[in-house]
Each structure stands twice: as C-alpha cells, then as structure tokens.
Ligand binder design. Sequence first.
Ligand SMILES: [Cu+2]
Length: 499
Amino acid sequence: MDLAILGEHLCLTIYGEPGVVVVWIMREYGLNRPWDLLFSLRDHWWSFRPIRPLAYSWDGRRVLVEVGNETKILGWYNLHTNEKFVNFVWFDGKKGAGTYSYHGHYGMQRSPFRYDGEFNLLLSDWWHKSVHEQELGLSSVPSRWIGEPQQYNCSLAASYINYTSAAQCTLGGGEQCAPYVLHVLPNKTYRLRLASTTNGFSFLSTEMPKMEGYKMVVVEADGNYVQPFDVNDLDIYSGESYSVLITSDQEPRQNYWIAVGVRGREPYTPQALTVLNYLPNSASKLPTSPPPATPLWNDYNHSKTMWSINNISLALPPTPYLGTIKYNVLSAFDQTGPPESFPADYDVMNPPLNPTTTVGSGVYVLGLNTTVDIILQNANTLSVNKSEIHPWHLYGHDFWVLGYGKGKFTAEDGDKRLNLENPPLRNTAEIFPYAWSALRFVADNPGVWAFHCHIEPHLHMGIGVVFAEGVNALWKVKIPSEALACGATAKMVAINDLY
Ligand SMILES: [Cu+2]
C-alpha cells in the first residue's frame, strides 16, 4: 500500500491479489465515505511495481501513471474508457525512435528546489453581484461603485472574533462556502503557488503558532525563480504571483490557519481563512487558537527593512512639526516621546534579538538653553557581522564632537575618553561600525529640528529623531506660511486666517 499526493488530493494505491492494483483517491476530506475509486487494473502489465499516479489531464479524463521498478514507464490512463496506456513512453530506458518530452508533473521534477507536493491558491474577492451587474453599475450615469468585497453568511472565524455577525462555518464537506482546504502530511515540504486576481490588495499570512521561527520561503515571483528568502507573511497584489515553500513540521495533531487580509484600503470584510489540515486529522477540526491577525491595512511600513533609534523608526508626519506644536494640533504626530535610551544589556555586536521596530513620529522635547549630550551608539544590523557608517546631521545648531570610541559606550569612556578641552564644533559627525560617538550642543534655538543620518535612503528608512526645543518660546517665532499650508495646519489656517 502506498500513500501519495495527486494534485491536491490524497491518493492510496493498494496491491491486492497478484496482478491487481487498485488506486483510491480522496477528493474531499471529511465526507462519510471520503475515498473514491480512481481506477483498478487487472493486467499482466501490472506485475510492474510500484505504480504511482502523478497528475491529471487538464480535462480530468486521464491520469498520468508511472510504473516500473528499475525501468520506469510514464503512461496516460483513460479514466472514462479504461483504456490503458494511451501515449506511453519509457523515460529511463529506450522505446524507439521519436521525440519525447520529459517534463515536470510532480514535485521536484524540474524545479531547482525540493518539495513533496504543491497547491495552487488563486486569491479572489467574493461578490454577491455578478460581474455583469457590477459592470452595468460602473457604466451607469451616475456611476455606481461596486463597493467592498463581501462575505458569505458564515465565517470560519466567527467563534473566535466579535466583529462579525456571521454564523460559524462548519466543514462537513460539499458546502458552497467551504474553503479550499490544504491537506498535508506531517513533516513534508509543500510548494504553494499563489496568484492574486483580487480587486483590492491581499495579504497572505500562515499561522503556525507552535512553530518557533516558522517561515515561508519565497522561491519564485511572476514566473521567475528568485534567490530564496524567508518571510513571515507576504504581500501579494492583483496580477502578481509567487511560489513559497512551507514545511509541515508542526505538532501534527493540530490543524493550522492560513489567513488573507486586505491591504491598502480599509477593509469592511473579515479576513479570508482556510485550514492547513494535517492528515489524518479531520479537516473540520479547527485550530485551537484564533486566526492570525494580518497586519493593518494601512501599515505601509510592514515588511520594509527599517533603521531604528532605541527601537523607534522615525516616520515624518504629513503635517510639519513646527506649526502643529506652535498651534497645539496634538493629533498631528505621536504625543509619546521616543525612549531616551536602550536596554543596558543590549548586545551591540550581534543582530538584535527583536528584529522588529516600532514606527513613530514622537519628538524629544528640550528645555530652552539646556545642554544636551548625545551618545550615538552603533550596533549590529539584522545581518550577522554587519554594522554600517552613518553621518549624522543636526539642524539649527552646531555641536561639539566630544569623542569617538569602539564597542559599547561605558561610564569609563564618559569619564576618560571625552575631549572637554578643545572639541571640534561641527554640524555633521559619523558613527562608525560597532562604535560610539559623543556629541554635545546647547538647545538655544527655539524650534523643531531634525537630527538624522544624512544618507537619504537611511532617513527614508527611519534613521532620525526630532528635537522640539524651547516650545514655550515658539510664540515669537514667525512660521513661513508655506510651512503651514499642508496637513492638519492647512485646515486651521483656512479657518483662522493665520497667515
Ligand atoms: Cu545611515
């Protein structure tokens, strides 16, 4: 008896009495009688063993079969007429003159990476109206927008979440709303071929809650292989396609979620869900934990590589700081200031234990005429043995460069390694890999000032901070009208005629 995957179906090959091979297929798991007879062969040909179904023909009429022990034969078996071996070829021997195409039908035959089975996932939106009705609405005057993707009247997540009124879906098999369940065997690697035809944007996230460090490995994008890389989740937008590898090495007595959420516009429908079903568990056995939360629809920094200062990546707000602070428009940026230090036990010589960062627009508030000391401590990036040089530039001031040093700044460095006699006065200074730089300036210039790495892409990726200095003295600062004419202050200017 052999067990194999045929397409997305489980396939059971039984060698019964001599010369008889029976192949069963499980098209839908969870039915009362899940196994269908695919074909049964009684023929002297079938003294060959093993026999292995490899693929369906596009019309489902024929199945490609591999037979043989040492010399293998590929042959199409016609399921409707029971005709054996239409168009069969030897592929590890020689049958005669002709042209034969040996091409991938199963698993690894042509791809440069190993896997045991594969699934095709086409992501699309669910609509209650037909495309013709939608088209008619868009063509009408006035135009009727098609609205947001809709949902069926039940949800797999209903018993886990409180924001849907839909009933809990149960998977008995054959329901119209039943998702495409991915049946897998434990400890195998599967290729997911993903394509998106959604109107909006989609996001795929697999949940393997008990697997520390679980990843999807991206191996192909839009028909081209890529240097494989690991991701926790994946953005896939309309028209795009990817292949990812997943390995079913979780606790095998559980099933696991696969979740898809909307990206790029505010969603009004719950995430789409299906189940990674570890056989022989029933597919109707839902995972024990709630579905994974997909990242927020408007978290545009998600999956971008970021730089951070004390684990905050600077994201400049749409409204310039100066006007918002002077006129107290508190909603225009984060009112919580960034932390003034990092954990004392932070290992600057190795990649961070926490590879994620928090995006923020908060500011450091400085009292007027205070003396400010900054220790810029450079650490290891996300990659092993990598730390980079950054030239830091301060607006509105010059600063004294009190010192440089290797490794992690210590109290002893502060006592002995700073030049307090005749330090150079600059407005830009470097931090070197795995090193620190000590800077000092006097906050004597009321305003809002950026302090950031002057490598433009680095600033874009969050490596900067903002000082709000002497804010109580801002009443006497005249702000150019152009600096108030966008974002939240623009509305205020229009109402109050602040020009
Ligand atoms: Cu930089």
